[in-house]
Design a protein around this ligand. Sequence first.
Ligand SMILES: [Mg+2]
Length: 389
Amino acid sequence: MDELSVIHADMDAFFAAVEMRENPDLKGKAVIIGGKSLSNRGVVSTASYKAREFGVHSAMPVAQAKQLCPDGIYLPARHELYKEVSKELFFLLKKYTPLVEKISIDEAFLDIKGCQRLYGSPLEIAEKIKKDVKKNTDLTISIGLSVNKFLAKLASDFEKPDGLTVIKTADIKKTMADLDIKKIWGIGDSFAKKLNELGIEKVKDIWPYSLEELQKRFGRAGVKIYYLSRGIDDRVVESKNEIKSISHEETFAENIEDAEQLLAYLFKMSEKISFRLHSNSLSGNTVFIKLRYADFKTISRQKSFKFSLDSTKNIYQIAQELIKKDNLFAEPVRLLGIGVSNLHDSQQKQLNLFEAENDNLDNTIDDIKRKFGFDKISRARKLYLKNDE
Ligand SMILES: [Mg+2]
């Protein structure tokens, strides 16, 4: 528990830093990255450190940023470019340990317990990662090194940009005492307000409250802040590979006999799975289906491929083939399920043409779903059926 074994690695002002690397004239300037298309109605995705001096920060409306920083350089986000750099970053991080938990495009937790014989002390590993990232991407990363995820994340923020901060067990109390309570994970504005009403402003103000009292007042959130305010956090670093499969199944209110209707369900589920794979940057080599009939007889089929897949089209087509092959829709179906397993990070996925053609359509649809909710859009299955014939 008190071993320095968790690293939180976080690139500094990532999108803005990448733009500066691409165009050195921007270095040291107030650079503000908006969304894909830069409009006043959008929000800031990243502000350079210079722009932050004007009070501009991410998630702020672009219109407001322009008031605060009228002379700033406003650029649309170039996600494809940032994704490429992100790939490089994760490739580097995974050299040190397989236990890399991706938090976002430029941020990860690393469990370095197992790699010290190979790469040295925890501090040496942190230093090596920083050098490695700088050398290979020409960008800076800030690292927090501590005994758990919460403290590591807290630490990475202390000396940004280009920081390296260690919080040892012996330093927890001293480090946390005077921090604003909003630095505790899960304390947002409204929870902070409630705590402020009790006179709790800093982390140390939480300490006099017993676990029971906090729990009584705030339920599970109270328990959480009791422990986190003391730097106690039991969550482990989980790499994506530990998700074994992504699947979806549905039990119908009434058994369904109509094969067309069942295929429509199958398609909808394929879309959901594709969406979840993309959201987690995963793809898989195996597609499986599961059926339960009126008499509760349950069967499953699966098919594996050398290449990995994540698109709605591929998942649906393979599932459909599995159904057709054994004529599985010949009797009324009570439950229908579909999934993808043998998962891995899709950033490592080998390029194959079968996949590439659909990526753009899926990405666009994923974006719309994220924005408007899942049910707002579902492609006409016809679109695919047409291609098949
Ligand atoms: Mg960052």
